[in-house]
Design a protein around this ligand. Sequence first.
Ligand SMILES: [Zn+2]
Length: 307
Amino acid sequence: MVEMVRDIESAMSSDIDQIDWMSPATKLRAREKLAAVANKIGYPDKWRDYSSLAIAPNDAAGNQMRSEAFENDRQLNKIGQPVDHAEWQMTPPTVNAYYDPSMNDINFPAGILQPPFYGRTQDIAVNYGHIGAVIGHELTHGFDDEGRKFDAHGNLDDWWTPADLKNFTVRTDCLANEYSSFTAVQEKNPADSVKVNGRLTLGENTADNGGLLLAFMAYLQRAKQDHIDLAAKRDGFTGPQRFYIAFSQNWCQNARPESVRSQVLQDPHSPDRFRVNGVIVNQPGFAPAFGCKPNAPMAPAKSCRIW
Ligand SMILES: [Zn+2]
């Protein structure tokens, strides 16, 4: 996992080198920020001390109240203290991950480091497609429409030249418009259908798109380094195909239309269908992997790319 995180960070570094829309001055700041990202994997270096919290069997309400008082005290005790850079905002068993712009850290609790997201003996195409895309997602948050406003130390600081910001905005506008064209809930009467809100979900979509791109770059690089034959088939699929299938399985779910309708109004994440297909249409690696013809549904002529 440590190696995969490093691989994806080095993919981001090559990506920054390659992009043609950012000036050398801003690239320098972007690299500085990337180099300062703290990687938190598995569990914190320092365990939180819960010994003063009394948990009693058969006292659910009391446990809840004492837990809240404990957490309230813990938060209040931070006042006047230096920031604890070792702190985690998720517990180790959590099946999730996050980026914190004011800490400039990426966090992958032990809970997400198990199949299908990650397995020590799992095919690397599958690991890079599953957890690799999540690593890339969290890392890209540091460079999305919100994260880009924070510097390497997690302070609000505009490190972009006006021209680079303009170039970035052209790209984020492309993504916002693209996602706003996706129909989240289709009804017989078109007036009752709802679309994805490309503005509300911009940061998450930026992270989804950049994250998968970085994971794929890192996968190709790792396969090359380890002399892995990409064309070799497993279960009838090549390496790149298994990578994209694994990625798509990250967001396998069923949702009722009522739930999706409510989600698009308030959730900064796109509905899971678009966390797959909305991302795939922008991936230069997907059409070659599956032999999609130009203008096939997953290989449109016009697509968007930020990172
Ligand atoms: Zn996210």
